[in-house]
Design a protein around this ligand. Structure first.
Ligand code: NAD
Length: 501
């Protein structure tokens, strides 16, 4: 192993330790190909040690008062704020997105940490007084035990922060498996969590890929798994872990559509679409890779192309950059291949981002904004999640047809409508079969007092990340039905029926 680059540690039982594995992979700056660090693919013994530490920490953590747990997250949010600039710089170096967008990535996770600080209110149970004579029923939301999280490369700050703060605030202990492509900012956030006071063993981190994930799915001491990533891997994780008796939530791939009605505010709409299609180089599960232009809005294509042409493609650390590199050379080659298939399949290439040149970053994984019109189902650029800066445009005559078209797509992560008509927007929100709806909002990711509510093929499991739903996911609802006899109460005699009297 080379010693010139740092090795990303594991976190086991409160100690940051070097893996003993013989299998490592490089963490690479996607704008330069510089190797920033090496990340281990942890051994089965290391995964077992992380789970054992989490299991050992659970009995005392579950008894830790809820206000003590909440206070750790109040301190944690402060530490994240104080370290925002350095977190964003690390994130941009390993992931590629712009510094401003990297701060956004950290900030959307920080909001969940703030939310974890109000766990006292979130974990309140229910009570019904006098459900029968002298009988009360109430609920306890009790932690499950060891929970695990498996996260993707595209939000290496926000998505880990969707998971372990809420799980731990609920009284669970946790094993996190970050993306092996960009684990460095996640580890900085983990260091800050330890500094904020998370006790040893309550949070553990193992790195790795398929083998480590399978080990997590199979481990008998893990009670619940949160997964965010591609549909292929998420489906595998859901089935494997469910068969092993675990509670599982999987947020997966997407193909989000926006409808543009001709009465929409043109300038605002085209700005919103260009930002959501090409921001983060299209590597967001809530990006907008498909636009359906309704009726006369079909004439807006040249202006959209001109906005896309005006976006600056460069390294995320460069001032004014709008579109950074793709995460890896493999992702770059896949996106270029899909653009070529789009041309071969007969879509009209309105803007070609294949040969973009970025002075000073000649080795970067850049693809410029690319736009196709006359796209149809059956073309690879429509049927597959591209996860690159490629926008497909279709034209449909009316709103009903557009809604029917979107509902026929299997994915259900997000969608948006652009219109000035309240009636059209209301019809859309009622009839569209997608879990997260934007009205003149291109990326409708809910803030943490709500939950992330992707649906259909974009999700497996009932309950979404953060908000109230995740409190139910990370706890077991126990109902207690209680009667206290006072000495004066009349004796009821033997009751052989099921009814409470
Ligand atoms: P990915 O599925 O390749 O990786 C996700 C995690 O699974 C990583 O930790 C990875 O190490 C692990 N993994 C990879 N291959 C595996 C295998 N064969 N077996 C077991 N584990 C494996 O996803 P990615 O490329 O890192 O992220 C991009 C994908 O994530 C996109 O499809 C995107 O839509 C999706 N995503 C979805 C949401 C959402 O909320 N719905 C949010 C962000 C990203």
């Amino acid at each position: 192993m080379l010693t010139s680059v740092p090795s990303v540690p594991l976190l086991i039982d409160g100690c940051f330790v070097q893996s003993k594995t013989e299998h490592w992979r490089d963490v690479v700056n996607p704008a330069t190909q510089d190797v920033l660090a090496r990340v281990p693919l942890a051994t089965p013994n290391e995964v077992a040690a992380a789970v054992a530490a989490a299991k050992a920490a659970f009995p005392s953590w579950r008894k830790t008062p809820i206000s003590t747990r909440a206070r750790i997250f109040l301190k944690y949010q402060q530490l994240i704020r104080e370290n925002m600039a350095s977190l964003a710089a690390t994130l941009t170096a390993e992931q590629g997105k712009t510094l401003a967008d990297a701060e956004g990535d950290v900030f959307r996770g920080l909001e969940v940490v703030e939310h974890a600080g109000s766990i006292g209110n979130l974990q309140l149970g229910e009570m019904a007084n006098n459900v029968a004579s002298g009988v009360d029923t109430y609920t306890l939301l009790q932690p499950l035990g060891v929970c695990a999280g498996i996260t993707p490369f595209n939000f290496p700050a926000m998505i880990p922060l969707w998971m372990f703060p809420m799980a731990i605030a609920c009284g669970n202990t946790f094993v996190l498996k970050p993306s092996e492509q960009d684990p460095m900012v996640t580890m900085k956030l983990v260091e800050l969590a330890i500094e904020a006071g998370i006790p040893k063993g309550v949070l553990n981190v193992v790195h790795g890929a398929a083998e480590v994930v399978d080990g997590i799915c199979d481990h008998p001491d893990i009670k619940a798994i949160s997964f965010v990533g591609s549909s292929k891997v998420g489906t595998h994780v859901y089935h494997r872990a469910s068969q092993n008796g675990k509670r599982v939530q999987c947020m997966m791939g997407a193909k989000n559509h926006a409808i543009v009605l001709p009465d929409a505010n043109k300038e605002q709409t085209l700005n919103a679409i260009a930002g959501a299609a090409f921001g983060a180089a299209g590597q967001r599960c809530m990006a907008l890779p498909v636009v359906v232009l309704v009726g006369e809005a079909r004439h807006w294509i040249p202006e959209l192309v001109s906005k896309a042409k005006g976006l600056k493609v460069s390294a995320g650390i460069e001032d004014g950059t709008d579109v950074g590199p793709l995460i890896s050379c493999a992702a770059h080659d896949r996106v270029i291949g899909l653009i070529e298939r789009g041309i071969a399949d007969g879509a009209t290439l309105e803007l070609d981002g294949r040969n973009v040149k970025v002075p000073g970053y000649e080795k970067g994984n850049f693809v410029g904004p690319t736009i196709f019109s006359s796209v149809k189902p059956g073309m690879a650029i429509y049927d597959q999640e591209i996860f690159g800066p490629v926008l497909s445009i279709l034209e449909i005559e009316d709103l009903n047809g557009a809604i029917e078209f979107i509902n026929a797509n299997p994915n259900g992560n997000g969608t948006a409508i652009f219109t000035q008509s309240g009636a059209a927007a209301r019809k859309f929100q009622d009839d569209i079969d997608i879990g997260q709806v934007g009205i003149n909002v291109p990326i409708p990711v809910p803030v943490p007092m709500f939950s992330f509510t992707g649906s259909r093929a974009s999700k497996l499991g009932d309950l979404g990340p953060y908000g109230k739903q995740v409190v139910l996911f990370y706890t077991q609802t126990k109902t207690v039905t209680a009667r206290w006899f006072d000495d004066q109460s009349a004796t009821q005699g033997v009751n052989t029926t099921i009814s409470l009297k």
